[in-house]
Structure formats: structure tokens, C-alpha cells
Design a protein. Structure first.
Length: 286
């Protein structure tokens, strides 16, 4: 009797994994993902971004679903499987902590991104600086563009529905900003360093403590009736740690943080050196 090939479910981070911190993608990435799906495997995005903020070049590849907002929202085959925004009280406490420390922030919902007034001002100033560099003939790297954030216009954080906030991204003027927020927010929230090259002394992401990519993946696997041993996680940053812990195979990108590489089963090549395609080939996914 010929054994049935093992069906895997793969979770891919976006920034630093599918995309360089910009809009650049390795040429083999889309083909590898499509070939894996054609072979019967499931491929999901697993990102800190909101569902409405996925880069078009990523979305057009085609996926079976997505873990977004670092695990607050999970969709599968067009169905919402997990939707766990902050409570209104928790969202209010989070915003109060950010304002109390004078820290700039974005608020993410399932539908978009909102900016505090000082964050919007920072983005405008940064965009002007980028434009001045380009006008002077200087090269601007993709990562310097903040993945298009600098030139975008955001609705005000004051307009956000406090019952629909999933997470926050913050920028502090000083290195102690992350430690200050951890002290203020306590065990109710998870504060991790950010993966996007935002300006400032320190920056990071804030989710409810039990809302992570890892816990979202566990809920999705239960929904699909799949085993964690058949799950593969590929990522590069701090908010990928929990999905590494729950998936049967963890793969760090060549450009990943050293601490994440230590948690991985193996390290593939860099994001623009066909890291995903090479990982898929090593795992026999296509």
C-alpha cells in the first residue's frame, strides 16, 4: 500500500519573511507558495499587520487564510474563525498608558490603522525627509520607506471604535519606552519589540497577553481538525516566537533575529535570497 503524502499547513510571516521591509519580494516566493498549495498543502499568512493592510503583491499570491493583527483575527477560506479585539476597558487602559508616557502610536483594527496626532506628525516629517533625500539624489532603501507608512494619511486615533481595537504599534523617543509600558501595563498585555524600522528611540507592538500568533494558530488548527505536528512556521521577528513554539517545524529566515534563530529547527536563506522557496524545497512542500 502506498502511503498518503503528509499534508502540511504553513504559516508565513510577511515583513522580513515574504517581503523585505518595503515592497520587494524574492522571485521564487510566489511560485513556491502556489506550488505548495497545488500539491495539497495549506498556506496561511501570519502577520502583525491588519487584514486591510496586506500589501497587494502579497495578497495576489493567493492563500488559504490569514492570521492578522498578531493573532487577534483569523480567517480561513473567507470565514472568520477567530475575532478577539480588546475589551473597551482594556483598550482605554492601553491608550491611557501610551498618552501618559507621551508615546506616539498606531491603533489597529480588523479594517484599518489609526494614528495618534503626534504619530501622524512624525510620519509627515519623515516623509518630507525622504523626499528631500530623493531630491538631493540620495538613494532611499526600501526599508527606509517604512513599507509605505511615511507617505500615507491615517484616520485619527480619536475616531477609532474602542470596542474594535486589536493591537497597538508604538514609537517612543527614548530607549526606555518599552520598559515603561511593560511596567505600566503589567501582565495583562504583551509588549514586544517591533519588526518595522520605525524612527525613534524604541518601538514595538502591544497585544493582549494571550492574543498571539501562537494561540491563534492553535485555535485555527482545532477548527480545521489538524495536528500541530503538521504545522510549519516561518518568520523573522519577535512576534513570531509564539508560533514557533506551537508549530511542529519552525524555520527562521536568514535575516531573522539571532534569538529567533536559536528557537528554530533550521535557518533558511535571507528574505530576498529566496528564503521561503529554499525552506519549502528543504521540507519537500512542492
Amino acid at each position: 500500500m502506498i502511503p498518503t503524502p503528509r499534508r502540511r499547513i504553513i504559516f508565513l510571516d510577511v515583513d522580513g519573511t515574504i517581503l523585505e521591509h518595503g515592497a520587494h519580494m524574492a522571485p521564487g516566493t510566489p511560485d513556491a507558495i502556489r506550488a505548495a498549495r497545488a500539491a495539497g498543502h495549506l498556506v496561511y499568512l501570519s502577520t502583525g499587520r491588519s487584514a486591510a493592510d496586506i500589501h497587494p503583491s502579497v495578497a495576489e499570491i493567493g492563500f488559504d487564510g490569514a492570521v492578522t493583527n498578531s493573532g487577534a483575527l483569523v480567517t480561513s477560506g473567507g470565514e472568520v474563525v477567530v475575532d478577539r479585539p480588546l475589551s473597551e476597558a482594556a483598550a482605554g487602559r492601553l491608550i491611557a498608558a501610551l498618552k501618559g508616557r507621551g508615546i506616539r502610536y498606531f491603533l489597529q483594527t480588523r479594517d484599518g490603522v489609526y494614528a495618534s496626532d503626534d504619530m501622524a506628525e512624525l510620519m509627515r516629517e519623515y516623509a518630507a525627509a525622504l523626499d528631500a533625500r530623493e531630491a538631493a539624489g540620495e538613494a532611499v532603501r526600501p526599508e527606509d520607506s517604512l513599507v509605505g507608512l511615511a507617505h500615507r494619511t491615517f484616520p485619527s486615533a480619536d475616531e477609532a471604535d474602542l470596542t474594535r481595537i486589536d493591537k497597538a504599534v508604538f514609537v517612543s523617543d527614548h530607549a526606555e519606552g518599552m520598559d515603561e509600558l511593560r511596567a505600566d501595563l503589567g501582565d495583562e498585555f504583551l509588549v514586544v519589540p517591533g519588526s518595522m524600522p520605525l524612527p525613534g528611540g524604541s518601538n514595538g507592538e502591544i497585544n493582549e497577553a494571550d492574543v498571539t500568533k501562537g494561540s491563534a494558530i492553535e485555535l485555527l488548527l482545532a477548527h480545521l481538525g489538524m495536528d500541530a505536528e503538521d504545522a510549519v512556521a516561518i518568520g523573522d521577528s519577535w512576534n513570531d516566537i509564539e508560533m514557533f513554539q506551537v508549530c511542529g517545524v519552525a524555520v527562521a529566515m536568514g535575516n531573522a533575529h539571532p534569538e529567533l534563530k536559536e528557537l528554530a529547527d533550521f535557518v533558511t536563506t535571507d528574505v530576498l535570497d529566496d528564503g521561503i522557496a529554499n525552506a519549502f524545497a528543504r521540507l519537500g512542500l512542492a
